[in-house]
Design a protein around this ligand. Structure first.
Ligand code: ZN
Length: 139
């Protein structure tokens, strides 16, 4: 997969995220495969696999087929984008100065909303006519 590839967010993921965050324009957030960029950032914090966020962007080195199955990770990264970069207008220096707290907030939010998010995804998959457990892709 070439760097810069933009992922298609499955409908059940997008719908569930919009319900969890109470906001209906989350399709404006782009999830983009940028493995070298992500890796160079994650090395600073001792990680190898994961994602880096910016306003309205999630850069990741996780394959598209796996990314949207990682419910906690998806909630965590969208929290950074929707709440922190978006509603709180976080800046890069603002993140760096309080990265521990910012990360804890994202972890707490993801853990608190995980069951609700999974329930919404199930409901949406049922409504869309897909009963299976995996992500739904539009082809
Ligand atoms: Zn984080």
């Amino acid at each position: 997969m070439p760097s810069g590839t933009r992922y298609r967010v499955p409908e059940d993921v997008l719908g569930a995220l919009e319900r969890v965050f109470g906001q209906s324009d989350l399709d404006r957030i782009e999830v983009i495969y940028r493995p070298l960029y992500v890796r160079s950032h994650l090395i600073c914090i001792g990680g190898r696999c994961g994602s880096v966020t910016r306003p309205r962007r999630i850069y990741t080195n996780i394959d598209e087929s796996v990314f949207f199955t990682l419910d906690l990770h998806v909630l965590h990264e969208y929290y950074h984008v929707v709440q922190q970069w978006g509603r709180e207008r976080m800046t890069r220096s603002g993140y760096l100065l309080a990265s521990g707290r910012r990360e804890r907030e994202a972890c707490d939010f993801a853990a608190l909303n995980l069951e609700r998010y999974r329930r919404y995804r199930r409901e949406l998959r049922d409504r869309l006519g897909h009963g299976r457990a995996g992500p739904v892709f539009r082809t």
